[in-house]
Design a protein around this ligand. Structure first.
Ligand code: DGJ
Length: 762
């Protein structure tokens, strides 16, 4: 709901309100963001510290407003040159070098649904979404800024974006354009960011704010695994289920920048948008520039609720197409099973074993095309290598389909190897700078997607491959980041916009190809999770989370990812032990227990496993299929535990909750039992709890267990009242801690885990 009362705009969702005030000078100021305020309530002015605090020798607006210090005002969209020295939302150049803008209220409109200036953008919904457009104009120049706010009522999400319009005769060069700015009245916040690198994506970093600017960004040409565009501000005391949390994210796949600044007056400014690094965009007279959209949410009850708001928003308004609400198939991917070393015979043997165990989709990864026999050649030539696949993609597709499997195919369209037919024909399609030797990543180069002919070539080559194979699923990879940024094309003026133009070319290609193949399930990938963002998710409903499938590392990677993105978007596989990224040994059952929290599959050579592991996998797939909807689409929550050694996750859909208990290290003689408390359940109900019946192999446990008499499984069931589960928590039974083995002893060991199924009873 959005309304204007006097000088105030109230942008409200079910549980939150974002309030804006127009000052008597016309400046559009931020008033508050937090729990819902229905409309102008008595004393509203008293929740805000006011707009007239003298800050000593600071610059005040003019002689008529000696108490108006821009440097200490909460603004909606900051510019430079009128006393505000904080990071600006907008920086421009005009008139031979001037940059000052003084934006004031010019008009507004409130409307059902939302605008769609920049694509990709969130979907609209006339019932649930209402929008506000505030138009700002510079006091002197015909430069306009349109600020958009869309309230997603049920999700408690506010969508923000901006459009800059130049109606002057002179050109305006944009050098920094944020999608949103949020000025908060204090600085008692801590920042959660999601940082890492290849194989350790989106690890949570928590740090207190202090005076100065923190920049979370990417300069790599993609959203990157170094810093995700998701950030949270939380109070010192905030945990998963209590305390204030504000979260924001950007719907964009290129260079982004989140700047968090604490001013000398202990105010916090938060900005997100396209990274100003290497960015400039020229607006001729009449030209306009639309920013990507940003999303914002607030929770007074910890970060689980903020994440759940984003999850539900992403499921409804970011994911689209025929796979939006469909359950994702269980897949087998041949990459870690064979790498480049495969024949059709070997692939079919893997497929046949997988099918027998219950797998639904076979994915042929890298190495099926052109001269690709290793990672030094072939990228760019999307034609089947018939030495490896004698019957072509069509033959392999037919054979897999006749086995009752779906057929998935890997591609990496944005890349080219020097050793390829495409490079020999079009060397200038590679991104490079004349006279400089371009830098390399994984022996490959990036194609210049800012050029139409490159996008057109890729579209037709991919259409042919996907049609020939009658492909059901595509894994779209991107294995290096950008260097030597420049376009050799004549029509690509304004090289400061190269990064952005590349992303626009990519989006155009994705848009065309996903429209042409609406039934294909697309999974985006970038050397694992190097491009896990909301822009890609607008085209592809799932993302390969990380090449690292190590059980322990995945706890951190998935936990970080799930703070911004729902389980159905998160590709998650069981692979071999010892793990190919960590050399860690872990049990097949525990690997499943951690991997099943997303779009699930296997990525190991099933033909080499022992009979017991195969039986375990058969049981896992049956379990996953039974609870797939809960695991992919349930409400995910991290549950607090005694310490970081023990992790609990839960996912709830209708009357069913699945819980993961994961233990990093077995500890000696602890003298306590692990406890499970689920504060979100219904206190008035009763619940039946049981554990997934997983295979425990005595031979994995060592000599001390030779007399362990319980057989190979550990079954447990209990009926517990909701009140006890919510308010007290229940004990899960003593673990083996070195003090002997008894009938009730549970054996988790290092990197051990259990799954529990909790059903609400009638
Ligand atoms: C990187 C991906 O993350 C892997 O899963 C695999 O597809 C390789 N690329 C293939 O080159």
């Amino acid at each position: 709901m959005i309304n204007k009362q006097g000088d105030y705009f109230f942008i409200s969702t079910k549980r939150t309100s974002y309030v804006i005030k127009i000052l008597d000078t016309g400046h559009v100021s931020h008033f508050s963001y937090g729990v819902r305020i229905d409309s102008f309530e008595k004393g509203l002015e008293l929740i805000h510290e006011g707009f007239d605090i003298n800050i000593g020798c600071g610059t005040y607006y003019d002689e008529d407003h000696p108490m108006m210090f821009m440097d200490n005002l909460a603004m909606e969209y900051g510019t430079v040159g009128k006393g505000d020295s904080r990071e600006p939302a907008l920086e421009v150049r005009y008139g031979g070098g001037m940059s000052v803008l003084d934006l004031v209220y010019h008009g507004h409109r409130i409307f059902k649904g939302k605008n769609e200036d920049f694509l990709p953008c969130a979907l609209s919904d006339e019932e649930n979404v209402e929008s506000l457009e505030i138009v700002l104009k510079d006091k002197l120049l015909d430069v306009f800024v349109h600020l958009f706010y869309s309230a997603y009522e049920d999700e408690d999400v506010i969508l923000r974006s901006a459009r800059i319009e130049n109606l002057m005769d002179d050109v305006v060069v944009l050098e920094n354009v944020s999608s949103m700015m949020l000025d908060l009245p204090d600085s008692d916040w801590e920042l959660l960011s999601f940082d890492g690198a290849w194989a350790r994506e989106r690890y949570v970093t928590r740090r207190p704010l202090s005076p100065g600017v923190i920049v979370i960004d990417s300069k790599l040409g993609c959203s990157s695994s170094e810093h995700n565009s998701l950030v949270y501000l939380v109070r010192k005391e905030t945990s998963s289920d209590s305390g204030e949390a504000i979260a924001l994210n950007l719907i964009y796949s290129g260079n982004h920048s989140e700047r968090i600044e604490v001013s000398p007056f202990s105010k916090t400014r938060v900005l997100t948008g396209i990274n100003p690094f290497n960015f400039s965009w020229t607006l001729e007279k009449g030209g306009s520039f639309a920013t990507p959209e940003a999303i914002l949410t607030y929770s007074p009850n910890g970060w689980n609720d903020a994440a759940l708001n984003f999850h539900s928003f992403i499921r409804k308004y970011i994911i689209r197409g025929n796979w939006k609400d469909r359950l994702r198939p269980v897949l087998i991917n041949n990459w870690e099973a064979t790498y480049f070393n495969f024949t059709e015979e070997r692939l079919l043997a893997l497929a046949s074993e997988a099918k027998d165990l219950g797998v639904e989709l076979f994915v042929l990864d890298d190495g099926w095309f052109g001269r690709r026999v290793d990672d030094r050649s072939g990228l760019g030539d999307w034609i089947c290598n018939r030495t490896r696949l004698p019957d072509g993609l069509e033959g392999l597709g037919r054979k897999l389909h006749s086995m009752g499997l779906l057929f998935g195919l890997w591609v990496e369209p944005e890349m080219v190897n020097e050793n390829s037919a495409l490079f020999e024909k079009h060397p200038d399609w590679r991104i490079s700078i004349p006279g400089r030797t371009p830098s390399v990543g994984r022996h490959q180069y990036i194609l210049d997607l800012s050029r139409r002919e490159v996008v057109d070539y890729l579209y037709s080559a991919l259409c042919e491959a996907f049609s020939l194979g009658d492909v059901d699923y595509v894994k779209w990879d991107m294995n290096r980041t950008m260097s030597d940024y420049f376009s050799l094309s004549n029509d690509c003026s304004g090289m400061g916009g190269f990064f952005h133009r590349y992303i626009l070319g990519l989006y155009e290609l994705l848009s065309k190809i996903t429209k042409r193949f609406p039934d294909i399930l697309f999974e985006s990938c970038s050397a694992g999770g190097n491009r896990y963002d909301l822009g890609m998710l607008c085209f592809m409903p799932q993302t390969w989370t990380s090449d690292n499938t190590d059980i322990h590392h995945r706890i951190s990677i998935q936990e970080g990812t799930l703070m911004g993105y729902p389980q159905s978007t998160m590709g998650s596989h069981v692979s071999a032990s010892p793990g190919h990224q960590s050399l860690r040994k872990s049990g097949i059952e525990s690997r499943f227990n951690v991997a099943c929290w997303g779009a699930f599959g296997y990525e190991l050579d099933l033909t080499k496993l022992c009979a017991e592991d195969l039986e375990a996998i058969r049981g896992q797939i049956a379990f996953y299929k039974k609870y797939r909807n809960v695991l992919q689409n349930g409400k995910f929550r991290k549950i607090s535990s005694r310490d970081d050694n023990l992790v609990f996750w839960s996912s709830t859909l209708d009357k069913t909750t699945i819980v993961l208990e994961y233990q990093a290290f077995n500890r000696p003689n602890t003298g306590f039992q692990d406890k499970l408390r689920l504060p979100f359940l219904d206190r008035s109900k009763c619940y039946r709890i049981s554990n997934r019946n997983q295979i425990i192999r005595k031979e994995d446990l060592g000599d001390i267990f030779s007399s362990y008499g319980k057989g190979v499984s550990e079954e447990w069931t209990a009926v517990v009242s909701g009140r006890l589960l919510c308010d007290y928590g229940i004990l899960l039974g003593p673990q083996f801690t070195g003090n002997g083995v008894f009938e009730t002893t549970r054996i988790l060991g290092d990197f051990g885990s259990r799954l529990y199924i909790i059903e609400e009873m009638d």
